[in-house]
Design a protein around this ligand. Sequence first.
Ligand code: ASP
Ligand code: MG
Length: 414
Amino acid sequence: MEREARVSEQPLVIKFGGTSVGDGAAFVRAAEIAAEAARERPVAAVVSAMRGTTDTLLGYAAATATVDAETNRTATGATHEGSVAELHRALYERHVRAAREAVSGEHFPKVDGRLRALLKELVEVLLAPAKNLEARRAAVAVYGERLSAAVLAGAISTAGASAEVVTADPIATDASYPEAEVDASRTRERCTRYVRPLLDEGLVAVVPGFGGRTPDGAQTTLGRGGSDLSATVIGRALGSEEVWIMTDVDGVLDADPRLVPDANLLPRLSYREAGVFAGLGAKVLHHRTMEPAAEADIEVTVRNTFNPDSPGTRVTAREEGPGIRCAALRRRLAVEVPCTDGHRSAASVVVCIGVPEKPDSRRGLRELRKAGIRVLHSGLATAGLVFAVRDEEAEEALRVLHGALVAGSRVEVA
Ligand code: ASP
Ligand code: MG
């Protein structure tokens, strides 16, 4: 494909999450985003499994892990072959239905052939006797990404940019399960060998996220939600300046919207803040995503596949000035708190992430008191301000502190 006005020679890495490839229509949108970006610069598209597929695969891996040698039945009572055939059918139908919607007649046969070949391999993995169950789990789990990558490559080709799947796992890891450690220098070599040549040919390189390879060639995974990390690891290996994490919300919100209905979009975050926030359970990013980005100074933008005009959240090295950026909960810490009524209650901590200003701590305590919430402990931590409260009051405390301290939502009272 001809690239008319290249804005950069640096490859852009675009990662599509499970809902961004959740059905045929989502594949179409994702493919359009990748194809449009590819008009201006080389693009590597890292893809998650279609939403729910990894859970299905892991469920089958667990259910078929032990097969009774006499009856040939799995833990669920099904015959081993029977349950594997059922999985094959369900996965084929799901992916081929998406491909029928997102892939043109010209490209469909290649995608269909690839789906069938992958599922044949998966069946072999499931039926083969396994010595190491953790390794078997990883070898099964990665098929979700391989299947979605096949469909995405077809969809991108349909959208007008030629695309090819990277079939060798470009990420090199150690052999720890289920969350392997990345080996950055071997990953760079593997990306040079398996990803770079596709980009040099002007193709969009579609990389299945989540998986890795040990030096012995064994399959590993980067842990649940790990394809965000795959994206920044590949970005670092390719010398990218930018990684987009495409998801189903407008970016990173300043609190969990399920707990704090008036959570706001964060336009910017530093690597450090994003890392702490993700580590405290912010669902939008895998907790280690920012490590390679910070190391290689890659700008990470979290954006909505379904609302591409929204600017999203930009994550860079830049630390904003003072202020609390976002708030998160750590539920039920191991410490037990004796209550005045003699009960013992588990404590939770609201962490207000950012650089607190002088009056923030007092303001937070005052607002909690007004809301009738007892503060068991409060103090300054490297992440920001922490307030320990009884677990029953933790969600309300999060809402109160979000309203009182988080910069984007704070109402100034005279
Ligand atoms: N598909 C994997 C999971 O569900 C990895 C990812 O989606 O990031 O955990
Ligand atoms: Mg995710």
